[in-house]
Design a protein around this ligand. Structure first.
Ligand code: ATP
Length: 254
């Protein structure tokens, strides 16, 4: 089976720091791939390399058979790739619904055509986007927040809005950078249910996460990084028992 996403021999240094060194990463269609590792392991840099926010020193990224290296981040949503960020990047002057709608703008075509035509189309598209955003907001059980300005939300809820915005782009692959940061235990369990439902809906995911309960609950395969390198890869049961992982990630020597 060909992987949906295939990262090969990816490297990037910043000055003397080898943030990512010869990393391979595969994500099969319909699966969740977790990337874990201690602070500074290179997880976010890897995501930045895949999504064009950082240029690699060397390496390739194949997604649905196309090379992504050299593309700008803006080009990726229309190819079916969406991401979230480590700290929520919601637009503070917009409501939850409007923030979610932003994720779906790749579906709008109103910028083409004559003015009158454009206006009519833009109204219709705005309505479609609203319906789409509300479906996702309902899916995340956040209808009571739909008209709230994003900064007024609790931190945990803001993370979920980021996830909803990513889903609004109807991606084939959603890259999630620490979606459980700031969530309490019950919110994290809800997030696990959401991610499983998203996978059932056919969307694959890369999950960068420190919360091991979430990682073990939802991941099909786990990649473990330390100091820029992959030190282990496999199904959760095997990775959890790997001595190198326990030493590097959990700080235990047995
Ligand atoms: N733009 C940059 N300039 C200089 N150094 C950088 C830059 N981005 C990342 N680094 C360094 O690269 C290394 C990997 O950082 P990265 O943020 O990818 O790790 P991480 O695994 O995501 O960590 P965390 O779990 O804390 O988010 C770190 O040593 C970091 O300081």
């Amino acid at each position: 089976m060909t992987a949906l996403l295939s990262v090969r021999d990816m490297s990037r240094s910043f000055g003397g720091v080898a943030a990512v060194q010869s990393v391979d990463l595969d994500v099969d269609a319909g699966t969740i791939r977790a990337v874990i590792g201690p602070n500074g392991a290179g997880k976010t840099t890897l995501l930045d390399l895949v999504t064009g926010f950082t240029k690699p020193d060397s390496g390739s990224v194949e997604f649905k058979g196309d090379q992504l290296v050299g593309l700008s981040p803006r080009e990726l949503p229309s190819r079916g790739l969406m991401r979230t960020f480590q700290s929520a990047r919601l637009v503070p002057s917009l409501t939850v619904r409007e923030n979610v709608m932003l994720g779906a703008y790749r579906f709008t075509r109103a910028r083409f055509g004559s003015d009158a035509f454009r206006l009519a189309r833009s109204r219709r598209e705005e309505k479609e986007l609203t319906v789409r955003a509300d479906e996702l907001i309902d899916f995340l059980d956040m209808r009571h927040f739909a008209d709230t300005l994003a900064p007024a939300l609790p931190a945990g809820a803001q993370r979920l809005v980021e996830v909803a915005r990513g889903l609004a782009g109807a991606p084939d692959l959603l890259l999630l950078d620490e979606p459980a940061a700031g969530l309490d235990d019950s919110e994290t369990r809800e997030l696990a249910d959401v991610l499983r439902a998203v996978r059932t809906g056919g969307i694959s995911m890369v999950l960068i996460e420190h919360n091991m309960a979430l990682v073990l609950a939802v991941s099909d395969r786990i990649t473990v990084m330390d100091a820029g390198r992959v030190i282990a890869e496999g199904v959760p049961k095997d990775v959890r028992g790997d001595p190198a992982v326990r030493k590097a990630y959990l700080g235990v020597d047995q």
